[in-house]
Design a protein around this ligand. Structure first.
Ligand code: HEM
Length: 466
């Protein structure tokens, strides 16, 4: 590998610049955020420097999570998490902090992260005394546009999840298989363009191609729309815009007080930040409207089923919620699947041994690509299954910490009592790279998932992970 000294120096220089602007940025944003957090608190009627000082001292010294280790700025304001949200490394930072401080880390004035399987069970198992935290609010773009993911009220969430579960059945997936196989064929054709048996094609950006593929699949699966990402570049601008937008969303998700103040929306009129979101909303609203205006029984995709779905009492989703659900399904489905696929290709390309073993398994199971479809042959590909599991462990598509607010009465998390009002969560990436659960956690080893599975052993996943 050639090392370009000029570039290296520039990179070092940039690092110093970034470091100093980071500190300045942190101080300024910490002040703004502290003020905005104070403004959104009903128990702080007017703003004085004395109040800022008092709240800071309270957060540093007396607030219930104060006894847990943390970076200093995180004691006072969510700006610390906001900064890492902006640069997109919240999961890596949380992982480093757990390595440094141990199982419990305070990741904001009101936020506690726990890095243990016991913590995971205590927070996310069914019936726990928690609800989704206000960090989900920035994902609600307009009034009443709650999706299943963003619905905080537990009863309403149960209702929506029930409706969704009744529609996302195996039958829907089976019916979608021919469509998915068609897109897989298209992807393979596009990737092999310009190659022959003797010569490989030009290198391709697989992250991008995986995204085009999953957007096409999810567009068809959700709304019955043919988005043509694999065929033409006409709609590719939407992806570019979404990537730009995710930086800003990364900040908002870490600083829910911004969403409460509606600063994001105010700024959106002054800057180009929220344009991608508006564009995405307009796009998905048009798809939803098309389905709603189509004769019942004629529209394709899962969305018409969600429109028609009712619970036992005959309740159904309101119109704004319907759109939010469709928009979320398309986004959640394509981003996660594209990340996982691209990561799988990355690990296979960098692990020739795993690649060869997988190739041998697939070639010995199927004699022709057209034979590949769901069924017993595919299920028998245990190494393929192990590679996918290991990819999702190494690079989880949602690597962060889904936060839950502790409700009245408190919650015991891994032996520690957490009082009501505190947000608790487990960082998925940190847990997946915990050496106590996964030996040699930073190495891609699909074989770790292949130990014979005993159906009666309810702890098999945890046992295999060890
Ligand atoms: C590799 C692929 C995927 C991964 C790793 C993944 C991961 C996740 C995770 C971690 C959550 C919980 C988020 C939270 O509580 O903050 C979630 C929620 C959800 N995902 Fe996925 N997902 C994937 C694909 C999909 C697909 C393809 C769909 C739809 C067809 C989907 C639909 C949903 C829904 C509806 C929720 C909300 C569930 C609820 O709040 O009750 N996901 N997903």
């Amino acid at each position: 590998m050639h090392l370009n000294i000029d570039n290296t120096k520039r990179a070092v220089g940039m690092g110093i610049l970034r470091l100093s602007s980071f500190h300045i940025g942190i101080v300024i944003s910490a002040s703004i955020l502290l003020i905005s957090e104070l403004l959104t608190r009903s128990d702080v009627p007017s703003l004085t420097s004395l109040q800022i000082l008092c709240v800071s001292i309270y957060r540093v010294v007396f607030h219930p999570p104060a006894r847990y280790p943390r970076p200093f700025v995180a004691k006072i304001t969510d700006a610390y998490a906001g900064y890492h949200g902006w640069i997109g490394d919240v999961h890596l930072d949380a992982h480093q902090l757990h390595k440094k401080y141990g199982t419990f880390v305070r990741y904001g004035p009101n936020r506690l992260l726990v890095n243990s399987v016991n913590g995971l069970r205590d927070i996310y198992s069914h019936g726990k005394n928690v609800q989704k935290s206000t960090t989900y609010l920035p994902m609600v773009p307009r009034k009443n546009t709650w999706s299943t993911l963003t619905t905080i009220d537990k009863q309403h969430h149960r209702f929506k999840r029930g409706l969704l579960r009744s529609q996302l059945r195996n039958q829907q997936l089976e019916e979608s298989e021919p469509m998915m196989l068609q897109y897989i064929q298209k992807l393979c054709t596009k990737l092999s363009e310009g190659s022959t048996l003797q010569e490989a094609s030009e290198p391709r950006d697989m992250a991008q191609w995986c995204e085009f593929f999953t957007v096409d699949v999810m567009g068809s699966f959700t709304f019955g729309e043919e988005l043509g990402m694999l065929e033409s570049s006409e709609n590719h601008f939407v992806m570019d815009k979404l990537h730009k937008y995710s930086g800003m969303m990364g900040v908002s998700l870490q600083i829910p007080s911004l969403a409460k103040l509606k600063l994001e929306r105010i700024l959106g009129f002054l800057t180009t930040w929220t344009r991608p979101q508006r564009l995405w909303n307009a796009w998905t609203s048009a798809f939803a409207a098309r389905v709603l205006n189509t004769e019942p029984g004629c529209a394709k995709g899962i969305f018409p089923h969600i429109v028609a779905a009712r619970d036992r009492r005959g309740n159904q989703l309101k119109i704004e919620e319907l759109w939010a659900e469709g928009s979320f399904l398309l986004l959640a489905g394509f981003e996660t699947s594209a990340t996982t696929l691209a990561a799988l290709f990355f690990y296979l390309a960098h692990n020739p041994g795993a690649y060869a073993r997988l190739e041998a398994e697939i070639r010995s199971t199927f004699s022709n690509p057209s034979e590949i479809c769901t069924g017993s042959n595919l299920t028998s590909c245990v190494y393929l299954d192990a590679c996918i599991n290991e990819t999702m462990r190494m690079s989880p598509a949602t690597p962060g910490s889904p936060l839950r607010e502790v409700l009245r009465g408190g919650l015991v998390v891994d032996g520690q009592f957490v009082p009501p009002g505190i947000d608790v969560g487990c960082c998925i990436y940190a847990l997946h790279h915990h050496p106590e659960y996964f030996e040699d956690p930073d190495t891609f080893i699909p074989e770790r998932w292949m130990e014979a599975r005993d159906e009666n052993d309810t702890n098999w996943e945890e046992r295999l992970a060890r």
